[in-house]
Design a protein around this ligand. Structure first.
Ligand SMILES: NC(=O)C1=CN([C@@H]2O[C@H](COP(=O)(O)OP(=O)(O)OC[C@H]3O[C@@H](n4cnc5c(N)ncnc54)[C@H](OP(=O)(O)O)[C@@H]3O)[C@@H](O)[C@H]2O)C=CC1
Ligand SMILES: CC(=O)[C@@H](O)[C@H](O)COP(=O)(O)O
Ligand SMILES: [Mn+2]
Length: 356
């Protein structure tokens, strides 16, 4: 197996699961965290390694180190492994997903942006999601006909803040996720509800349905619900730990305990709340983008520019969704016919967003 993004939140959890199942690690890909990568190299002895920057090559304790975006593609190209775990973050994960699937490799996909940006052009038969909600949906559906899918949202860092106070929220405020410990980008996306919008699109491509919605469940005890044609609804309860979805993505079936069972008497009351666009302005486009999922490339590109601007204090918290919604309006008539056009649209949207 090869792991793209081994030094990140998902990558580290994936290595724990891989050790649990004695899965051989053929290659590791990291960005800048060379110290952690060297620790992982010492334990897993990969044949091949890639990192983001050439300047760090000398610090990596390995004889075969590739670098940059091209280096990641070469790792995939030269690997014998049938499975690639894509735990890279953002648009940077798309080309590796396309490379792996073009070689017929299975992709255990945490990098949801691959599907948000180019789901139409990805072979879903090779994709297994590493995402708690989509694992839950798959677990519940169990190949039975359903009438509607639901995923839950924690509400993110500002779910209980006064709207007025959110106007002055900072990047570090937004990193305080109420339930999960994750990488920075997804945590910011949780605060704006962009992560949930992305997850609706992810589910559209994975399960070929737009009949899906999201509700806030603040405890993140329930991750997904499926409403079946008979009118019954089942819910997926699981602990706040990605090792369960990862174990299923790697092993297909899991026959022993991965997480402590849910203590039903310890949960207390559960509540489902609506996602309101006054607090999460990105939710204004939810219905439209579900009917026009090809516009995911626009939202993702503008969102990545907006997050960088927010981090550099060049825009406010709500300024991020203003940037995204502006770009969405500007590019609402684009439709890519192939990956080359996806790449072009991404470039144009980023240029537009950066000029705002
Ligand atoms: N964290 C979670 O619980 C969940 C995450 N996801 C999704 O999984 C993906 C990964 O998320 P997460 O683990 O939180 O992200 P992190 O930011 O924690 O990790 C990202 C990983 O990608 C590496 N990386 C980033 N840029 C590059 C680059 N240019 N070249 C090589 N490596 C790079 C980082 O390296 P380094 O750190 O060494 O710089 C790190 O190993 C995202 O798409 C996210 O939406 C989905 C569900 C849950
Ligand atoms: C763990 C996981 O799957 C994340 O996508 C998490 O669900 C994000 O939390 P939010 O529900 O706050 O977006
Ligand atoms: Mn999720």
């Amino acid at each position: 197996m090869i792991i793209l993004g081994s030094t990140g939140s998902i990558g580290v959890n994936t290595l724990i699961v891989a050790e649990h199942y004695n899965i051989t690690i053929e290659a590791l890909v990291a960005g800048n965290n060379i110290d952690l990568l060297n620790q992982q190299i010492a334990v897993h002895q990969p044949k091949l390694v890639a990192i983001a920057n050439e300047a760090d090559r000398g610090r990596v304790n390995h004889p075969r180190v590739l670098c940059g975006a091209q280096g990641i593609l070469e790792v995939i190209e030269h690997s014998q492994s049938r499975t690639v775990v894509n735990a890279l973050v953002g648009y940077a994960g798309l080309a590796p997903t396309l490379k792996a699937t073009s070689l017929g490799k299975k992709v255990a996909l945490a990098n949801k942006e691959s599907l948000v940006v180019a789901g139409e052009f990805i072979d879903m038969s090779l994709i297994t999601p590493i995402d708690s909600e989509h694992f839950g949906l798959w677990y519940l559906m169990n190949e039975r006909p359903f009438s509607k899918l639901y995923i839950t949202a924690s509400g993110g860092a500002f779910r209980d803040w006064e709207l007025d106070k959110m106007k002055d929220a900072t990047f570090s405020d937004a990193l305080k996720h109420p339930n999960w410990s994750m990488g920075n980008k997804i945590t910011i996306d949780s605060a704006t509800m962009t992560n949930k919008l992305f997850e609706l699109l992810e589910a559209k491509w994975l399960f070929d349905t737009s009949n899906i919605d999201a509700v806030i469940e603040k405890r993140s005890v329930i991750h997904a619900l499926v409403e079946f044609v008979d009118g019954s609804t089942t819910a997926h309860f699981a602990g706040v730990d990605m090792k369960l979805p990862i174990a299923f993505a790697l092993k297909g079936e899991v026959t022993k305990e991965i997480l402590p069972p849910t203590n039903l008497l310890g949960i207390g009351s559960l509540e489902f709340l609506p996602i309101e666009s006054t607090r999460y302005p990105i939710w204004n486009i939810k219905e439209h983008i579900l009917q026009n999922p090809h516009l995911g490339v626009v939202v993702n590109a503008a969102n990545e520019v907006a997050i960088k601007a927010f981090q550099k204090e060049k825009c406010s918290f709500f300024g991020m969704s203003e940037m995204v919604l502006d770009a969405y309006k500007k590019f609402e008539n684009v439709k890519a016919n192939n990956i080359e056009e996806i790449i072009q649209i991404d470039r144009e949207v980023r240029q537009y967003a950066e000029s705002m």
